[in-house]
Design a protein around this ligand. Structure first.
Ligand code: ARG
Length: 456
């Protein structure tokens, strides 16, 4: 028997029920649902809709239902369409008819919106903790490689020398913005829909502000129609997860490239590497590929759900039930990925010698142009001059530093013997001491800032 059977003369078709029911997945909301009902029954008593004794009976019953779920002994029954009907059905079995008073003035529409906001707020907290652990891993590896110099790339072509710490820390700041987005999204979702009824509000004098506080929200929602029918908080969360996953995916891609034998900059720990069933020598980074791959699925959850929302008329529509599987999947996927990415980073072996061996003097071409600027040449001109020097070195098949002064002087009068000082990778990074730059000094400052953020 369903809870809304009164109006119908025939039971629902089985196929319809399989399509309609959400109990298979929305059981995950049981704790939020029961907590919401406990707070709601107190509010009903306070408003004089039920007596204090009735509220106590209902609350005791709800606590038993909670225990059954917690202990895994809750049994689903025919007609348990979703978590809300299942909890109410069981409550009435336990406490009898008085349980039927709980739903006074309430609808599953304000109930599910409340439950799911609570669940999502909690999910945001858990993600926050996991992101902090990844940040801490990045900082800790970075700290050991403040002086390690590696090629920095643009367009995946060698560009300028950078420090390995600088590379690692770049991901710290991406994640820091993800955390800010998470906090902002959580703040927006902290408005409590309970008391909105099906769409129009409730005639019972419940204290919505009190309900909001008791459930851990910041405030009651301002508009009952909006509160039951929008799921922008779900889309917010799916977006925050997607952009965060895009960051993880880019980190994964760097790790894949840098661990490739042609680079050899890093070696993955055995525990986070995989082999091949055919080629005995293989050492693959499947977890990083899955991080990159699953990002596509997370973006899919976002775009799919936005498409679900876009054409909905005002008020609750059953389309909204699609919110749960999308977000459950995205959150679960992040819980799978984050610990593995964190462990991969913590256990990364940085091969400083391989990084150093990959440094080539063309990475210092900008430094050479800056040298000429120091001698008074306008940058545009020095850029052109160095271009000619690079071409000559390529023609002669020698590194830049091996061109004789006689050859350099033909190209520009600005070259002097002190040009030799340019050809030093450590000095190149040390010169980039601007705020946020790659110089060890600047990176130390960056790491100090990062640590301060982590303890905030
Ligand atoms: N299972 C539903 C959902 O997840 C609960 C709300 C149902 N409301 C309704 N009027 N049918 O959205």
């Amino acid at each position: 028997m369903s809870l809304w059977g009164g109006r119908f003369s025939e039971p629902s078709d089985d196929d319809l029920r399989r399509l309609n029911d959400s109990i298979d997945f929305d059981q995950a909301l049981y704790a939020e649902d029961i907590k919401g009902s406990i707070v709601y029954s107190r509010a009903l008593a306070q408003a004089g809709v039920i007596t204090a004794a009735e509220a106590d009976e209902i609350i005791a019953g709800l606590q038993q239902v909670m225990q059954e779920f917690d202990g895994g002994s809750f049994e689903l029954a025919e007609g348990d369409e979703d978590i809300h009907t299942a909890v109410e059905r069981r409550l009435i079995e336990i406490v009898g008819e008085v349980g039927g008073k709980l739903h006074t003035g309430r609808s599953r529409n304000d109930q599910v919106a409340t439950d799911f906001r609570l669940w999502t707020m909690r999910a945001a907290d858990r993600l926050q903790e996991e992101l902090r652990l990844l940040q801490a891993a990045l900082v800790s590896v970075a700290e050991s490689h403040i002086e390690t110099v590696m090629p920095g790339y643009t367009h995946l072509q060698p560009a300028q020398p950078i420090t390995a710490a600088h590379w690692l820390m770049s991901f710290f700041w991406m994640l820091e913005r993800d955390l800010e987005r998470l906090r902002a999204a959580k703040k927006r979702m902290a408005a409590c829909p309970l008391g909105s009824g099906a769409l129009a509000g409730t005639p019972f004098a419940i204290d919505r502000a009190q309900i909001a506080r008791d459930l851990g929200f910041c405030e009651p929602s301002e508009n009952s129609l909006d509160a039951v029918s929008d799921r922008d908080f779900v889309a917010d969360m799916l977006y925050v997860i997607s952009i965060c996953a895009v960051h993880l995916s880019r980190l994964a891609e760097d790790i894949l490239i840098y661990s490739n034998a042609a680079f050899g900059f890093i070696t993955l720990d055995d525990r986070y590497s995989t082999g091949s069933s055919l080629m005995p020598q293989k050492r693959n980074a499947d977890p990083m590929e899955l991080t990159r791959g699953k990002t596509g699925r997370l973006i899919g959850n976002l775009t799919g759900f936005l498409a679900t929302l876009k054409g909905l008329p005002s008020g609750y529509n059953k389309d909204l039930q699609e919110d749960k599987e999308a977000l459950f999947d995205s959150v679960a996927t992040m819980h799978q990925l984050l610990p593995v990415v964190t462990a991969t980073v913590s256990s990364l072996l940085i091969n400083a010698e391989a990084m150093e061996a990959a440094l080539t003097e063309d990475l210092l071409a900008t430094d050479l142009a800056d040298y000429l600027v120091g001698k008074g040449a306008p940058f545009r001109q020095s850029h052109h001059i160095v271009g000619q020097v690079v071409r000559l070195a390529a023609e002669r098949e020698v590194p830049l530093s091996q061109l004789p002064m006689s050859a350099l002087s033909v190209i520009s009068e600005h070259f002097g013997e002190d040009v030799a000082q340019v050809f030093d990778y450590a000095s190149s990074v040390a010169r980039r001491n601007s705020y946020g730059g790659t110089a060890p000094g600047a990176v130390r400052g960056q790491i100090a800032q990062a640590k301060a953020r982590m303890t905030e």
